[in-house]
Design a protein around this ligand. Structure first.
Ligand code: SAM
Length: 512
């Protein structure tokens, strides 16, 4: 099939096209054609023998609207387009000249689907519009500018066709007024972090957290051993034989080429930090207004930052000194502080029965080794030793928590590296709490998006292991659940929120 150039007026739109485009998107499409008309050569309009558009109806409508513009209209539009302003003056002049000529004789590039039968043409109309792939949100967020994606009409953060405001957050409104309450995540046991509203909210939080004087990546990465995890593990023997630490080794023995490769890996896997939106939800659902929150395996500053930003106090205990120092710099001036100690000593630093919400995301045994420190829970000889540290720390934390309060632990099960069997870590955490008088009240599943999971999935299936893309959020209650209604403020849902829970497929609750 060959492409041809025909007069725009010869083409007619397909009245039976089921795909429509909304005003704002249409404007973006027109701008996108104006700034890159070469796209039209690569994506010709597909027509039948009567020159009715079967595919590319929107592009055709875009061209019709351009044909009605004056040269000045086009110039003004282009001058307000970010992609246009990135061009050199010479490129801009060529583009303007192109449109000036085009306006004299508006044409379109077409391709005739003459080999298709009527039935095939109907099939083509739908298939041409269907999108089979899914965006990898983390990759998009890391590798493209949101403004560019938005200008190009990529529907990444607004899959549900809502504007940011509908989703409840002009960028400075996370804390303030009714909009805060209007940011509603369906209160079901599945939290889907792949949803557009979640990703958009996450981006706002990350910008806020990254605003604190650190470059975005630095703010989101942890110690170099974590940042360059593969390298850290690969070079262990060599470092040992040289008797030097990872920092020095990295500077002296790693070539620029390898550094570049490792940095690319960090970008492509995204930042595996605690999800700030999850942190926000935990504070709002299980905390109280202006309450005291704490963590005995604090890690990075995400939870402390979010909790404090929402008006709470936060105390985090963390074993790695450098992380504590970094965190304290990031939360300087906020009501959050990090203490350098073993989480097993939490009760030494925090008064008994003084806290309103305990949150923790402990190491998942040896999944990620945080340091070589002997009391690092991730650096134990066996799973049982690891559990002992967790149990000591959690026991201490429970004693710091007031009565009639929640404890929320984020965990994910891990496999025994030798046998491939799961340890059943989530059940062990439940057991620890239950044995210490704090019973399980909710279990939520956090679904995560991740390119790496997708890539790993097929490989895993060779051994019938299902790639894990969720974490468990265990919610315990210290006290008598009958008192929850009295102690915790009612969360109001507007009728449209309730409606949206219903519409939002996949969030339909099952009968209990
Ligand atoms: C999974 S991370 C915490 C994730 C964290 N919530 C975040 O925002 O990144 C676990 C943390 O526990 C720390 N850790 C390990 N053993 C510890 C111990 N005995 N006491 C305190 N912290 C410990 C590790 O250094 C690591 O930073």
């Amino acid at each position: 099939m060959k492409t041809e150039i025909v007069k725009l007026s010869q083409i007619t739109t397909n009245a039976a096209n089921p795909r429509q485009i909304k005003d704002e998107k249409f404007t973006k499409l027109v701008n996108s054609i104006l700034v890159l008309p070469k796209m039209l050569e690569l994506r010709p309009i597909v027509v039948d023998s009567a020159l009715t558009a079967l595919g590319g109806n929107m592009r055709y409508r875009g061209l019709l609207s351009i044909a009605e513009m004056s040269v000045t209209d086009i110039k003004t539009r282009l001058e307000n387009n970010r992609d246009f302003t990135k061009k050199t003056p010479a490129e801009q002049a060529v583009l303007l000249e192109y449109w000036q000529k085009w306006l004299d004789k508006p044409t379109a590039i077409i391709i005739k689907a003459s080999e298709l039968s009527d039935a095939e043409q109907r099939e083509f109309i739908i298939k041409d519009n269907a999108s089979f792939g899914e965006w990898d949100f983390d990759m998009l967020a890391n590798e493209w500018e949101t403004e560019d994606l938005d200008d190009w009409g990529v529907d990444v953060w607004q899959k549900d066709d809502k504007t940011d405001e509908d989703n409840g957050f002009p960028s400075d409104s996370i804390r303030s007024g009714t909009l805060t309450e209007r940011f509603v995540v369906p209160p079901f046991s599945i939290l889907d972090s792949r949803k557009g509203y979640w990703q958009a909210r996450k981006k706002i939080w990350r910008t806020k957290i990254g605003d604190m004087g650190e470059s975005r990546n630095d703010a989101l990465t942890q110690a170099p051993e974590l940042k360059y995890k593969d390298l850290y593990q690969r070079t262990q023997q060599h470092r040992k034989s040289l008797g030097i630490g990872f920092g020095e080794y990295f500077e002296k023995h790693i070539s620029d080429e390898v550094k570049e490769k490792e940095n690319a890996k960090i970008l492509s896997r995204g930042v595996s930090l605690l999800d700030p939106v999850m942190s926000e939800i935990i504070c709002k659902w299980f905390g109280m207004e202006n309450c005291k929150t704490f963590d005995c395996f604090a890690g990075d500053s995400v939870f402390g930052y979010v909790s404090s930003y929402l008006g709470n106090e936060f105390t985090g205990i963390e074993l790695r000194q450098e992380q504590v120092q970094l965190n304290n710099e990031r939360v300087a001036g906020m009501t959050a502080k990090y203490i350098h100690d073993d989480g097993q000593n939490v009760a030494v630093h925090i008064e008994a029965d003084s806290q309103d919400l305990f949150f923790s995301c402990p190491p998942y045994y040896d999944l990620e080794k945080y340091s070589d420190l002997e009391n690092d829970a991730s650096n134990q000889d066996g799973y049982k030793d690891f559990l002992v540290i967790l149990e000591n720390a959690f026991k201490g934390a429970i004693s710091c928590l007031k009565n009639e309060r929640f404890a929320v632990i984020v965990v994910g099960d891990i496999r025994d590296k030798k046998t491939g069997f799961y340890y059943n870590f989530t059940d062990d955490v439940k057991r620890i709490f239950i044995e210490n008088g704090v019973a399980l009240y909710n279990e939520l599943i956090l679904i995560e998006s991740g390119a790496s999971t997708v890539l790993r999935a097929a490989k895993y299936m060779e051994t019938r292991k299902i790639a894990k893309m969720h974490q468990n959020i265990l919610v315990f209650y210290k006290g008598n659940p009958k008192n929850i209604k009295k102690k915790f403020k009612k969360i109001e849902y507007a009728s449209e929120d309730l409606e949206s829970f219903r519409v939002d497929s996949g969030n339909e609750p099952f009968e209990d």
